[in-house]
Write a protein that binds this ligand. Structure first.
Ligand SMILES: [Cu+2]
Length: 155
């Protein structure tokens, strides 16, 4: 049988262990929220030109065309967790110049000339699906839209 003071030491000890576990779990959660996700991307180019007698294709904005070109980000779909620091290393392989913008995360226009690799860094501080765009290839007339998507998983 434990004395009253023995019981109280036990309780204080148990409380200490519980507080310790709580602090540890918060620490782990914080560490998880601060993880860095790095992606290596390249800029790509798709083009098509009708051969002699070949039927045109329909462009969303321009109607029937015999020649079409699109610039892309590769990979075009990225998945991160809310709170992650996202690092995009974009290597411009195709196209003379790209201008990256991610309005939802405050990334202003960053120019990437052919052959260059630029690093863009931001914190994905909200959940949802967001676009990253090249404002130099914004629509069909400019061989776009050149667009990628970031899916941020909420917790
Ligand atoms: Cu572009």
């Amino acid at each position: 049988m434990l004395s009253n003071s023995g019981m109280s030491v036990w309780r204080v000890g148990l409380l200490g262990v519980l507080i310790g576990l709580l602090v540890l779990s918060c620490g782990l959660r914080t560490a998880q929220a601060q993880s860095v996700k790095e992606f290596l991307l390249v800029t790509g180019e798709w083009s098509w030109k009708a051969k002699e007698g070949e039927a045109p294709v329909v462009d969303r904005n321009r109607g029937a065309v015999k020649e079409i070109e699109r610039y892309t980000f590769d990979p075009p779909f990225l998945v991160v967790n809310r709170g992650d620091t996202v690092v995009l290393k974009i290597h411009a392989l195709k196209g003379a110049k790209h201008v990256l913008e991610i309005k939802d995360f405050g990334v202003g226009e960053t120019t990437i000339n052919k052959g260059e690799e630029k690093t863009i860094r931001f914190v994905a501080n909200k959940a949802g699906t967001f676009k990253f765009l090249c404002t130099n290839h914004i629509n069909a007339e400019k061989e776009g839209p050149m667009v990628g998507y970031i899916y941020v998983i909420g917790r």
